[in-house]
Design a protein around this ligand. Sequence first.
Ligand SMILES: Cc1cc2nc3c(=O)[nH]c(=O)nc-3n(C[C@H](O)[C@H](O)[C@H](O)COP(=O)(O)OP(=O)(O)OC[C@H]3O[C@@H](n4cnc5c(N)ncnc54)[C@H](O)[C@@H]3O)c2cc1C
Length: 428
Amino acid sequence: METKQKIIVIGAGFGGLSFCKKIDKSKYDVLILDRNNFHSFPPLFYQVASGGLDPTSISFPVRREMRNRKMQGCKFNYGEVKTIDTLTKTVTTEFETIPYDILVIAAGTTNNFFGIENLQQRVCTLKSTSQAIRTRNEILLRLERAAIETDPERRRRLLTFAVIGGGPTGVEVAGALGEMKRYVISREYPTISPDEVKVILIEGSDRLLRTMSESSSADALRDLQQKLMVEVKLNKTMKSYDENGIITFTDGDTIAADTLVWTAGITAEPFKFTGFTPQPRPGARLAVDEYNKVDGTDDIYAIGDISYHEDEVWTRGCPQLAQVAIQQGNRLAENLNNPSKKRAFVYNDKGSMATIGRNHAVVDLHKFHFAGWFAWIVWMAVHLMSLLGMRNKAVVLINWIWAYFTSSSSLRLILRPSRNPSTPINNN
Ligand SMILES: Cc1cc2nc3c(=O)[nH]c(=O)nc-3n(C[C@H](O)[C@H](O)[C@H](O)COP(=O)(O)OP(=O)(O)OC[C@H]3O[C@@H](n4cnc5c(N)ncnc54)[C@H](O)[C@@H]3O)c2cc1C
């Protein structure tokens, strides 16, 4: 009997799961590795950070997903891959070293702080569920602290929330903070006047949502400024953020803000390779050919955010979006299932969208742009459909309906993780 080739997939995100669902398990043994035991849904992290959604409603256990008919035959091991040895064809996590015949890297990206000193320790980020929960805690802590602060200067800093990066995530976070200011603070923090709260969105280029149409940028700017009282600063690049909460810009301007939400950059998840040196590509992504094979390797593929795939349309690489990851995962599985009929990957752009508080969103579908309430309904429908699990879809929908009619949520909790001090971090 022919032995099956062993495929290891690093990452149970959009790319990894779509690959696992399509790959022919009668031909391959498939093992998926992830440092979390759940699949997460980054597009809604900002709602976790602003207390609008419970993190469990946008997460789905990988082992539960293994029971999905399309996943049957796949195995899951929990662990963070640290090294990839292309000579021995093994990957190593904190728990084990595992051999592979084919490796699929679908590990996504992490924050890029562009070498700005000590930024990681001081800013709030949104690249994982844990980071979104931490951001929620930090925001709520500032509000609690400000509610009892009497020194006006200290109050001003506590109540200034700066968001760096005017892409979709920055716009969505700033919009959510603007809504908190408008609907929540006046009701739940009687000692804070909403006028004391400042939300400032800072973008280095001359417009918000630079990857979307000019109409979307203009609509987002108008809605943030006029409806949500968000201050928007364009053409401003941050140079440093010190321990006193002072943001300094390259033009010499400064802003004092105790909370800084960083959405300005991402870089590929790093791995230590043995026997292979990746080609330098923007965002430290792994360069792949049209079949998603990593340049310079025979048996390693990369899909999703971590991969860098250029073609005539996407001359600076495909966008780092969920649809790209899903389509690459599907195409790679089809190609491995049927190598004699393999087809090059071509991204089918289904459009992009961003929301700016409730009732407002912008949508670009090829050359067609629309904004406002209908765009917001489309945004909600697309996100609900993309969530894994019926329970999650139902919980998120109920939360949204509840919040729409009451402008309230009971999720604004400061919850800090606690670990048994005698348990080593890796449970080794
Ligand atoms: C805040 C935010 C908002 C976004 N909004 C949108 C949006 O509205 N629309 C859209 O299309 N895209 C959006 N994106 C981008 C979208 O989330 C990504 O394009 C998509 O998740 C990429 O899928 P992926 O499979 O490549 O990686 P991911 O979905 O990030 O999955 C990577 C997986 O790999 C695991 N992993 C990473 N490193 C290791 C390791 N060393 N060992 C083991 N496991 C590892 C992670 O735990 C994770 O489960 C957003 C992203 C963020 C951060």
